[in-house]
Design a protein around this ligand. Structure first.
Ligand SMILES: *Cc1c(COP(=O)(O)O)cnc(C)c1O
Length: 419
């Protein structure tokens, strides 16, 4: 969304205020043009014979977004059997879906294998159990290279005590289990975390996987996970995809030559593909002056967008309904009965009650982490595609809140009004 002649515009000149009129607030809006731009940045950055980008759908699981990426020829990275089912429903072939769960039951992995998707195994216990029963099913092994990365401790998953992956130090054990069970390892995988700031972190991890690959003769792919950082504010550092593409491609091609076959280079980005494609539109309910600041309270909260509170994440906030006004300093908060601050001391054009505030970077881990806390409805979602807007998820209603509650008749039903 950009300021054009003093007004904020989505792609093809679409007006965010008109969307608020049409669909009401709070509202998530996603722009396929930005998803496509990001997808193409990746596919043109890596110059290898075989490349597959698997969209990590936990970032944004609306089935229409999955279908959009399918149309771009992406694969799908899934972390639960339900995401596998969503992917199949969206039209992905089982072979285009990789299942990379963590600490799930063997039963869940067996369900995924029955559906025919690629299985990525991340602990030795499951490797043994799976191998004893399904030695004829080729698998991928998730290696933890112990590279410290990630923007916060919650999203850094590659460090030494991380619960993710099989430690690189246990590689001999993996090799023994593979030999004893007769399993075929067709893929090696690593995912060091989110918000990696430096291309060289990837390259260090890559060397570890290339070294590990010597132990497995039937590899078809190497999956380098994700963790590409996107900018959240102006002049924010972001992963230099083009630099990474150049360096890693060269190294990967050399590896394939030595290995003796052309493997597929895989990545599984979530945030990189959808973060910047999303905007969250909210309406200002209250503007309130305290002794030290001006607070703007919107019709949303940590129930809809928890990243600022959960990860200390920064989301740019702009006033789309009063863009030309003089900027003032605001603290923007939610309506949840708990402290849910979206941003402190933000410079935003003057906010009046009723104004529409837009949050940037609202495509990844925003709606997908939304809840019904305080018995609030989750927002509607709208997709913008080639200049048109489409409702892709209805706003919830009271029925949705009560749907799975079992109303018992063992308590008196008299209401206060009836008395
Ligand atoms: C979450 C996750 C991703 C995506 O991470 P982003 O930071 O959103 O790109 C990729 N792979 C695995 C295994 C994941 O769990």
């Amino acid at each position: 969304m950009e300021l054009v002649n003093g007004a904020y515009e989505l792609s093809n000149g679409l007006d965010p205020m008109a969307l608020c009129e049409k669909y009401d607030c709070p509202l998530y809006v996603y722009d396929t043009a930005i998803m496509k731009r990001q997808f193409e940045r990746l596919t043109s950055a890596f110059k290898v014979k075989k490349l597959k980008i698997n969209y990590a759908c936990k970032a944004l699981t609306n089935i229409n977004v999955l279908r959009f990426f399918k149309q771009l020829d992406a694969g799908l990275d899934t972390v639960s059997i339900q995401e596998v089912q969503l992917g199949l429903r969206a039209g992905f072939a089982p072979g285009e879906i990789i299942f990379t769960p963590n600490c799930v039951s063997l039963e869940e992995i067996e369900m995924a294998q029955a559906l025919g998707v690629k299985i990525n195994i991340d602990n030795i216990s499951i490797l043994e159990q799976f191998g004893h029963v399904y030695s004829d099913v080729p698998i991928c092994v998730r290696i933890n290279p112990h590279i410290m990365a990630g923007g916060s401790s919650k999203i850094s998953v590659g460090h030494i005590d991380s619960k993710f992956g099989i430690s690189i130090h246990q590689l001999p054990h993996v090799v023994r289990v593979v030999e004893a069970t007769g399993l075929t390892v067709e893929g090696l995988h690593m995912h060091t975390g989110s918000d990696i700031l430096d291309a060289d972190v990837f390259l260090r991890g890559a060397e570890i996987l290339f070294n590990s690959a010597r132990h497995f003769k039937s590899l078809k792919y190497i999956d380098f996970g994700s963790g590409f950082k996107v900018p959240y504010k102006e002049n924010d550092i972001a992963t230099d995809i083009e630099e990474l593409g150049e360096k890693l491609s060269e190294r990967f091609n050399k590896f394939c030559e030595n290995y003796g076959s052309d493997l597929t280079l895989m990545f599984e980005p979530g945030k990189f593909l959808v973060s910047e494609a999303g905007y969250f539109l909210t309406k200002v309910n209250v503007v309130k002056q305290t002794t030290s600041m001006v607070i703007a309270g919107v019709d949303s909260g940590l129930n809809h967008l928890i990243r600022p509170m959960f990860y200390n994440a920064h989301h740019n906030i702009v006033n789309v309904s009063n863009p030309a006004a003089k900027p003032r300093i605001y603290t923007v908060v939610g309506y949840i009965c708990e402290t849910d601050t979206f941003g402190v001391n933000r410079k935003i054009s003057e906010i009046r009650e009723g104004d529409i505030l837009a949050f940037y970077n609202a495509g990844a881990y925003c709606f997908s982490m939304a809840s019904n806390y305080n018995s609030r409805y989750r927002p509607a979602e709208v997709l913008i595609h080639e200049g048109k807007d489409y409702l892709i998820r209805k706003r919830e209603t009271f029925e949705d809140l009560i749907r799975n509650q079992v109303e018992m008749d063992i308590f008196e039903k008299t209401s206060v009004i009836a008395k």
